[in-house]
Structures are given as C-alpha cells and as structure tokens.
Design a protein around this ligand. Structure first.
Ligand SMILES: Cc1cc2nc3c(=O)[nH]c(=O)nc-3n(C[C@H](O)[C@H](O)[C@H](O)COP(=O)(O)OP(=O)(O)OC[C@H]3O[C@@H](n4cnc5c(N)ncnc54)[C@H](O)[C@@H]3O)c2cc1C
Length: 345
C-alpha cells in the first residue's frame, strides 16, 4: 500500500519519502507472501460488492501501471479458471450464486470440458465444467516490489529502510526516535499500525511454492472444495504458488501440517504431475483486517491512514492510493467511494 501510495502521490506532484522498519527485501511484509491475484469477481464469493467495484476500477489502473513498469514485471490479464471435481460440482453453483448476489454475475462464463481443455491444455480431459472469468489477472509480488521500488527511486522518491516510525501527531513522526515534521503523513503500516488502531486484527494466510517443469498453466486456476478452496498461480521459472488458507489466528508461526496437507493434496488432485514437484517455500503471514473486512481510509487533518486491505491488498492498492491522492487534492472523498473514508471532524 505504501509503495502504491508513493506511486500516485509522486505522480500528482508531491515529494515522497518512505520510512520502512524492515529491510529492502520486504520479506517480513504481508505483501511479500501474497498470491497477487487481481480477482474482482472471484473474490465476491467471500466479500461484498464494494470490493468488486473498487477492484474493477483498480484493474484499469493496473493495466497502466504494468505498462509503465515494463515487460520485466510478471503481470498478466489472462483471466481465471474456476473448477471443481465432479463430486464437488454443487460448489460451482454455490460459487456462482454468491458472486451473482454480490453483483458480479456478468463476469463469469460457464465453460464446458472442451473449453477448459482449450484454455488449459495441461488439464485436458480432467474437468467437465467450470467458469472462465475473463476480466481478472495476477501480478507476482516478488517481481512487483523491487521493480516498483526502482521505478519510484527514478521518480525521486527516497527510501529509508530499517527505520522505525511512530505517529506523534497529524504532522509529526518519530523517526528512529527523533521527531520530524511533514506536510502530509500517509500511514500504511498494515498490522504495524495496531498500536494506534486497536480494532485491526491479523488473519493468517499460508502458501506453498512448488516447482515443476511438467505442468504449465496460462492463468490462475481456482479449485472449489467444500472445506478448503485453493488457487494455483503459475509463476515464471516453472514455479507455482498454491494458496491460501484463511485462519482467524494471529500467530504468524509458519505452515501447519494440516494446512500443508490440504494445499498440497488439492494441487495433486488438480494434476498428478504436481506430485513430483519440488517444494520450494512454505510461508505465512497475517492479513491486516478491520472487523468489517473492508478497507478504510481514515483522515485526521494531514494524517491519512490506508489500512484493512485484508485479502485484497494487491487488487485494491492502486484504487485506494488514487482515492487518497484525490482526497489530498480536493479535501473531499469521492462520491463513489465515500463509504471507505472516515474523516475526523
Ligand atoms: C497468504 C496470503 C495471500 C494473499 N493473496 C492475495 C491475493 O492473491 N490478492 C490480493 O489482492 N491480496 C492478497 N493478500 C492480501 C495482501 O497481501 C494484503 O492485503 C496486503 O499485503 C496488505 O498490504 P499492506 O501494505 O497494508 O501491509 P504490509 O504488506 O504488511 O506492509 C506494511 C509495511 O509497513 C511496515 N511497518 C509496519 N510498522 C512500521 C513502523 N512502525 N515503522 C516503519 N514501517 C513499519 C512493515 O514492515 C511493512 O513492510 C494475501 C495475503 C496473504 C497473507
């Protein structure tokens, strides 16, 4: 969120500095572990229309961002494929119903076995029905974060890593213990903001990255299942990210055996060649969420906080950043998304 805020604010004429308590790799951040799916329709299975609306607007912005960051960014808009094994085919109806009542029904296209085979030849003959969701994409966080950092540096943004900050008031930060004044402060600390925002909570998510040259996908594939729906995202270099659990647990202590079994067995059930893949990484982190699981921009004079991105930080960050930047220019929330703003009197 912080990188994306700097991207839009620097563009609109501000001079930005980023203070980050971790190191340049950002491996400790929630954003490092994410799948990076840009899925405004599929996410409606578990959230409300607001996320779909923000997400569709954000997808338009992602297209321009990806073009500006260049072809080395691992970004694609090849849609998503949603499948279920024949024993779980009721899940497809349940999924479509949930997406439809949240306003995203027009994004789903029912596909036959032949169409699935054409979209994903690696799955030929394995699934007889599903949905193709054309207007979705994905960005690899491990590709995006360094490329975006380099881009921002070229645009004049300064980075201060290993620098702990805390908020003194709406125009002062304590930076490594020393108070400094700023024209605007944008708080994008994720769960690190919990000291000032007691209703924020962490929702644990676990992922596994595997490597195999035996399977290739053109797009993220979601496998619906009554107990543990998963997605598999193809990455470069024969890598696949399998994700993600969503557990109301704030111990970011790694991947449990149960989650590992569920993620890997679902992948194996999608394609048996995943059985021979190498496990490259098991990882977890906590999604920052407010009680309503929706993003909020809180405004207190010149201090703006963008937080609660929960399961949708990649999808939403550009749109939230643009909303921030427009508020700073006009002093008013946009009419369309006024509900995400909380402006202190
Ligand atoms: C397993 C998993 C899968 C996910 N998959 C997806 C997905 O497919 N698509 C999607 O859209 N979203 C996904 N998400 C959600 C997404 O990752 C989050 O919504 C997003 O990363 C939140 O970003 P953030 O910038 O708010 O927080 P963070 O990424 O945690 O960034 C906050 C930064 O603030 C720094 N910080 C904190 N406190 C301080 C301080 N006091 N001083 C200085 N710096 C500080 C931290 O070090 C950190 O770098 C997933 C999340 C998980 C866990």
């Amino acid at each position: 969120m912080g990188l994306m805020a700097a991207y839009f604010l620097q563009k609109s004429g501000h001079t930005c500095a980023i203070y980050e308590r971790g190191n340049v790799s950002l491996e400790h951040a929630t954003s490092y572990v994410a799948g990076g799916m840009l899925a405004p329709f599929c996410e409606l299975d578990g959230t409300e229309k607001l996320i779909g609306d923000l997400g569709l607007d954000a997808l338009e912005l992602w297209r321009d961002i990806a073009a500006e960051l260049g072809p080395s960014l691992d970004y694609q808009e090849n849609g998503s494929l949603v499948l279920a094994h024949s024993s779980d085919k009721n899940e497809l109806d349940r999924f479509a119903h949930k997406v439809k009542i949240a306003g995203g029904g027009d994004g789903l296209r029912k596909v036959t076995g032949e169409e699935i085979d054409a979209l994903e030849p690696a799955l030929s003959g394995r699934f007889r029905q599903g949905f193709f969701v054309e207007r979705e994409g994905q960005v690899d966080p491990r590709s995006l974060m360094p490329i975006l950092q380099q881009h921002l540096i070229k645009q004049g943004v300064t980075f201060h890593f290993n620098t702990e900050t805390s908020i003194v008031d709406s125009s002062h930060l304590s930076v490594n213990g020393e108070t400094q004044a700023f024209r605007w402060i944008i708080d994008c600390r994720g769960l690190g903001a919990r000291c000032d925002k007691p209703t924020l909570r962490g929702v644990k998510g676990e992922i596994i990255i595997i490597e195999t040259p035996e399977v290739s996908f053109n797009r993220p594939v979601r496998l619906l299942h009554p107990r543990y729906p998963i997605y598999i995202i193809p990455r470069t270099d024969n890598l696949f990210l399998i994700g993600a659990t969503s557990i109301e647990n704030e111990d970011n202590n790694g991947v449990t055996v149960r989650s590992g079994l569920e993620l890997l067995s679902a992948a194996y059930s999608l394609h048996p060649a995943f059985g021979e893949a190498l496990i490259v990484e098991l990882n977890s982190n906590l999604r920052p969420a407010y009680p309503d699981n929706l993003p909020h921009i809180e405004v207190n004079d010149n201090l703006l906080s963008a937080n609660g991105l929960y399961r949708h930080g990649y999808l939403l960050a550009p749109k939230i950043a643009l909303e921030l930047s427009q508020f700073m220019a006009t002093g008013n929330p946009s009419n369309r998304y006024a509900q995400i703003f909380e402006v202190a009197a």
